[in-house]
Design a protein around this ligand. Structure first.
Ligand code: 6PG
Length: 274
């Protein structure tokens, strides 16, 4: 049973859309709702501009979502030849490494749908010259994505997850990357991980037409509360920094992840992204 409501309106400094919030019984049903929204969003983008540019999320949670996207009927709703695939972030490992976000997406989705190889843009977080690689990836965004009026590349859809510390992509609490205003892509060593990461930055994430978070599990409940109902503090709660002025933020979560939320969504129909 899908319950949907609107997270309580935070008092943002600048206007931002109230995120849609869909709470589903479990990860499987949440992933199915998320897959439906991805398909709807893609169809609208392709109808509007002939293409759909998506930034994929990493980690484990998206596996369920990518599985639904790669399986009929949802798979057959998407004109995969018109889709362009990017990543929101990547670990500093080789593409065949089990920790690679590219490898996870390759296994669960891209090896099962007909996206042309030249429309799949792996984030080279294992490149020996990370700064040049980040700049080259930003150039790819400028080359292949439509530009917003202020010149920033604009994704049709960004998929994101949420860490237990409320990080998203590779934007971690207290990271200087959270202050980035100039670059669309940065690479840096994450101190507490002792690993390099490459990530889209807040300015480009906040130019997306839609951002869809898929969050699952009781271990994420505190982080989800902090993002949606806790005090505003994007430096300590990085996912709060995701507020696309000209786009939508959609949260598709399971009941375990939502267990600390005060909001009790009404049973208005799921926003199908139409
Ligand atoms: C990554 C992700 C990261 C992820 C969260 C949640 O590279 O790890 O981009 O932001 O979305 O850490 O990860 P899980 O889905 O594995 O809990």
């Amino acid at each position: 049973m899908t319950q949907v409501g609107r997270a309580p309106r935070r008092e943002p400094a600048e206007p931002s859309p109230v995120p849609d919030l869909a709470i589903l019984p479990d990860l499987a049903s949440a992933a199915q709702v998320a897959a439906d929204r991805v398909a709807s969003r893609c169809a609208r983008a392709i109808e509007a501009r002939g293409e759909c540019a998506i930034a994929l999320a990493g980690g484990d949670t998206p596996r369920a979502l990518y599985g639904y996207l790669a399986t009929p009927p949802t798979r057959d709703r998407i004109a995969w030849g018109r889709v362009r695939i990017f990543w929101g972030d990547e670990r500093g490992v080789a593409p065949e490494d089990p920790r690679s976000n590219f490898r996870m997406a390759q296994e669960t989705l891209l090896s099962r749908v007909p996206v042309p190889a030249d429309r799949i843009h792996r984030m080279p977080a294992d490149h020996p010259d990370l700064e040049a690689a980040a700049e080259a990836y930003a150039a790819l965004l400028r080359e292949h994505l439509p530009a917003a009026p202020d010149g920033w590349p604009r994704f049709d859809l960004v998929l994101l997850g949420l860490g237990e510390d409320a990080h998203t992509a590779s934007l971690f609490p207290g990271s200087p990357v959270l202050e980035e205003t100039r670059r669309a892509v940065v690479a840096y060593t994450v101190p507490h991980l002792g690993m390099s990461r490459m990530t889209l930055t807040l300015p480009v994430l906040n130019h997306a037409g839609e951002v869809l978070f898929l969050v699952s599990g009781a271990q994420k409940a505190q982080a989800l509360w902090a993002v949606l109902e806790g005090p505003r503090d994007p430096d300590r709660v990085p996912a709060q920094g995701i507020r696309p002025a000209g786009g939508r933020v959609v949260w598709v979560v399971d009941a375990a992840a939502a267990s600390s939320l005060a909001v009790k969504p009404s049973t208005t129909p799921t926003p199908g992204g139409r």
